[in-house]
Design a protein around this ligand. Structure first.
Ligand code: ZN
Ligand code: ZN
Length: 372
């Protein structure tokens, strides 16, 4: 079979920058040594590139999980060019295809089904998509955004300006051109590239499938540390319209923290989240599925399956009752129908349902854990 043509620009770019980062930078570090200023500047620039991709390219534009002030949009658009990950329009087009056709080896541009290398970087080294690549049918909404149209049109100039301009400027200011070129120029670029690429490769291979097993995406707290919170990829693939990826307070998701903090400054608004009951339902459904698979292998499987089904239904009833009451109350409060009397009645009923749900949830946890 004929192989797809090699994209030489990408091959040369990825291999030469990697070589410099793997050989020249360590050599420089051992012989001359990077200063604290160079290391701090590299970390800050790496964070800027990373967040521009996760908060901007990914959660703002690919998935429209919130709205952002033009100032913030410009910051992200320039940061994405600095990260050298193509224009937003190009990136989001690929990414929307990735979600729509996840794991489909023909239609998912970086399908994890084709292995680690392919989903990490291989998909960019050859022209796999041919003519379909530049039609941008799925990003018409983004093409109408003047900031993104500008960034797309002038992507190359912006990329050169930031990738050469920033390290040269810093080198000039701090009086060490080679140190800045190696740290802020190359090392920052290579690390920021591969940390992002891990989301397409490792986050589809390594971790837990807490919310769904309908696709290969995984939740992985370690990857979240390198990817500004995007390691919670299993959650992201089932609830892609949520501006959060790590939804628990203890999960490391600086992208979420940034978006939320910006909302207090009126730089972001319309932050979208998935209702809690839908999340709880997804978790319980996965737990049921796993327990059923184990129960089938046991001698008294029929009774066990029945028990699981009963307890699961009970959990669903209690979940629904609790969240329905909460929703009704909030609706009434918004319509100003709540007076002192029904507020106290609500509080009592709410506490009752909450306790019922918690009891059943504990019971359910113990039951499903027994099947692990
Ligand atoms: Zn996504
Ligand atoms: Zn993915």
């Amino acid at each position: 079979m004929k192989k797809n043509p090699i994209i030489w620009t990408n091959v040369l770019l990825f291999s030469s920058s990697f070589l410099v980062a793997a050989v020249a930078a360590p050599y420089y570090a051992l012989t001359i040594g990077f200063t604290a200023v160079e290391i701090i500047a590299m970390i800050l620039c790496m964070g800027y590139c990373g967040i521009a991709i996760t908060a901007g390219y990914h959660r703002l534009w690919s998935h429209k999980t919130y709205d952002a002030h033009p100032i913030l949009q410009w910051i992200f658009a320039i940061g994405g060019a600095f990260a050298l990950q193509n224009s937003v329009i190009h990136w989001a087009s690929d990414h929307r295809d990735h979600h729509r056709h996840v794991d489909d080896n023909d239609k998912d541009p970086y399908s994890a089904g084709k292995g680690f290398w392919y989903s990490h970087i291989g998909w960019m080294l050859r022209d796999y998509q041919g003519d379909t690549y530049n039609n941008y049918n799925n990003v018409r909404d983004l093409q109408k955004n003047p900031i993104l149209a500008f960034q797309h049109k002038h992507y190359l100039s912006l990329a050169l300006l930031t990738n050469i301009g920033v390290p040269v400027l810093l080198g000039f200011i701090f009086g060490n051109m080679w140190g800045m070129l190696l740290s802020v120029g190359v090392l920052r670029l290579v690390l920021s590239h591969h940390f992002t690429f891990f989301i397409n490769s490792l986050a589809h291979i390594w971790g837990k499938q807490t919310y769904t097993d309908q696709n290969s995406a995984r939740d992985n707290g370690i990857l979240a540390l390198l990817t500004y919170g995007e390691g919670y990829h299993n959650y992201h693939h089932i609830f892609e319209y949520d501006y959060r990826n790590g939804i628990r307070w203890w999960q490391f998701d600086p992208t979420k923290w940034l978006i939320k903090s910006c909302s207090w400054l009126k730089l972001t608004w319309n932050l979208r989240t998935v209702p809690e009951d839908r999340i709880a339902q997804a978790v319980a459904k996965m737990q049921l599925k796993r327990a059923q698979q184990k129960a089938m292998l046991l001698p008294n499987s029929e009774q066990l399956l029945q028990l699981l089904e009963q307890e699961y239904q009970l959990l669903m009833v209690k979940l629904q009752a609790y969240y329905q009451l909460k929703k009704d109350f909030l609706q009434q409060r918004r319509a100003a129908l709540v007076n002192q009397y029904n507020a106290s009645e609500f509080a009592q009923r709410y506490q009752e349902l909450k306790e019922h749900l918690q009891q059943q949830q504990n019971h359910w946890q113990r039951l499903t854990a027994a099947f692990q």
